[in-house]
Ligand binder design. Structure first.
Ligand code: NAD
Length: 363
C-alpha cells in the first residue's frame, strides 16, 4: 500500500510517520522537510507513486484571527482555501490513474462540496477525514482517537471501507468509525471543537461570578457540575428539535441576565442563549408555515401538545406555545392548541388536515 502526503507540517509529518509504521509513505511539502521514516519527494512522485493521497496543507485564518488578540469585533471570515486548491491541482496534473484523495485539513461545513470537489478530476475519489488531534501529542492522538470520521459525497458507508481497513492496524484503542457525507464530517469536526470552546467559556463565566459575588470557590461549583453525569456530562439533550423549556430553565437564564448586569460581568451569555432559543422557535414556525404552503394546506396549524414536555400537564415555559406565538405573528394563519388525544379523531374525521407540531415529530 503506497500512501502519499501533501503537506508535511505540524499535523502532516507526524501522521505520515505513523502511517509509515505499516505502509510505504512518501510526502511532499513546498518547504524543506526531513524525515528518517518517510521518503520526501516531489509533488509529481508523491502523486504518481501513491494509491492514497492525504492532503494536510494549511487552511489558514486571516491575520489577527487566531484568538491571541481581540477579534470578536472584527468581520467574520472563512479559512483560506488556496493551499488545498493547489494540492488538488497537483493531483490532477500528475495522476496517471484513479486515486483516493483524503483531505484531513480543517474546513467549515459545506466547503468540500462547494469549493474542492468540483476542482478534482472525477476519476479520483474525494474523502474528507479530519483528525481530532492536539499539538504536542499528534502521534499518540492519531493512534488513540476518540473517533475516526470519514465523509464522502453521498455518505455511503461502503465507500469508506477501504480507508477504515487502512486505519485498523494503526489504531491502538479500537476507535469508533463515524461515516457520513463530506458536510456531516466537516460539521462533526468543527462542532466538536466549538463544544470545547463553549464548555471552557461556561466554566470561566462561573469563575467570573465567583470572584464578583464572593464566598464561592469556582472549583467547588465546576467539580460538582463535572460529576453530574445524569444530565450535563453525557449524551442527554443531544438530540435537536424543540428548545429548552419548563418551569426552571428558561426563567433561570432570564434571571441570570439580570445577575450578569448586577455584577457587571461585561458579557451576557444568557442573553445569547435565550436569543438563540427564540430564533430557533421562529425557525420552527417558518418550517411549519412553509410545509403548510408547500402542501396547500389551508386549515389551521395544529400545535400537538402544548405542555412543556411529554407526559406532564404543565405549560409553563412551553416551547410549543412559543412556536405558536411565532406562527401567529408571522403568518396570518390561526393556530390551535389541542390535547394530543384529540388528534387521531380529528384526523379520521378529516375535520382538519393539519400540519402537526409535536415534540416527537420535530425532535
Ligand atoms: N496541527 C494540528 O494538531 C492539527 C490538528 C487537527 C487539524 N489540523 C488542521 O490540519 C491542517 C494543517 O495544519 P498544520 O498544523 O499541519 O499546518 P502547518 O502550517 O504546520 O503545515 C502545513 C504544511 O503544508 C505545507 N504546504 C502549504 N501549501 C502547500 C502546497 N501547496 N503543497 C505542499 N505543501 C504545502 C506547508 O509548507 C506546511 O509545512 C490545518 O487545516 C489545520 O487546521 C491541524
Amino acid at each position: 500500500m503506497n500512501i502519499g502526503f501533501i503537506g508535511l507540517g505540524k499535523l502532516g509529518l507526524d501522521c505520515a510517520e505513523v502511517f509509515a509504521e505499516r505502509y510505504t509513505v512518501r510526502g511532499h511539502d513546498v518547504a524543506e522537510r526531513h524525515s528518517d521514516v518517510i521518503e520526501i519527494c516531489s509533488a509529481e512522485q508523491t502523486v504518481r507513486l501513491s494509491d492514497w493521497i492525504f492532503i494536510a496543507v494549511p487552511t489558514p485564518h486571516a491575520q489577527g484571527y487566531d484568538g491571541s488578540v481581540p477579534s470578536s469585533h472584527m468581520a467574520p471570515r472563512d479559512f483560506g482555501h488556496d493551499a488545498v486548491k493547489q494540492a488538488i491541482v497537483q493531483i490532477n496534473k500528475h495522476a496517471d490513474r484513479p486515486k483516493k484523495v483524503v483531505l484531513i485539513s480543517t474546513v467549515l461545513p459545506g466547503t468540500t462540496r462547494r469549493h474542492f470537489a468540483p476542482l478534482l478530476d472525477p476519476q479520483h475519489q474525494f474523502l474528507y477525514n479530519p483528525y481530532l488531534i492536539a499539538m504536542g501529542s499528534v502521534k499518540w492522538d492519531m493512534a488513540n482517537p476518540e473517533m475516526v470520521m470519514i465523509g464522502t459525497e453521498t455518505g455511503n458507508p461502503e465507500e469508506m471501507r477501504d480507508l477504515i481497513d487502512i486505519y485498523r492496524p494503526l489504531m491502538l484503542n479500537n476507535p469508533r468509525y463515524v461515516t457520513g457525507t463530506w458536510d456531516e464530517c466537516e460539521a462533526i469536526k468543527i462542532f466538536y471543537n466549538t463544544f470545547i470552546s463553549a464548555k471552557v467559556g461556561l466554566a470561566n463565566m462561573i469563575q467570573d461570578f465567583a470572584q464578583r459575588i464572593g464566598n464561592i470557590n469556582v472549583d467547588v461549583v465546576t467539580d460538582a457540575l463535572a460529576q453530574s453525569t445524569m444530565r450535563i456530562m453525557g449524551p442527554k439533550y443531544m438530540t435537536a428539535g424543540m428548545g429548552d423549556a419548563g418551569a426552571c430553565h428558561p426563567r433561570d437564564n432570564i434571571a441570570l441576565r439580570w445577575l450578569a448586569e448586577e455584577y457587571d460581568l461585561g458579557y451576557d451569555m444568557f442573553d445569547t442563549i435565550m436569543h438563540a432559543r427564540e430564533i430557533q422557535a421562529r425557525n420552527l414556525a417558518f418550517f411549519l408555515i412553509d410545509a403548510a404552503e408547500q402542501h396547500n394546506l389551508t386549515g389551521p396549524i395544529v400545535i400537538h401538545g402544548k405542555a412543556y414536555k411529554p407526559d406532564v400537564p404543565y405549560c409553563i415555559g412551553s416551547y410549543s406555545t412559543l412556536v405558536g406565538h411565532y406562527i401567529r405573528r408571522t403568518a396570518s394563519r390561526y393556530v390551535i392548541s389541542i390535547p394530543w388525544q384529540m388528534i387521531p379523531l380529528m384526523w379520521c374525521l378529516q375535520w382538519i388536515r393539519p400540519v402537526c407540531c409535536c415534540w416527537r415529530t420535530i425532535a
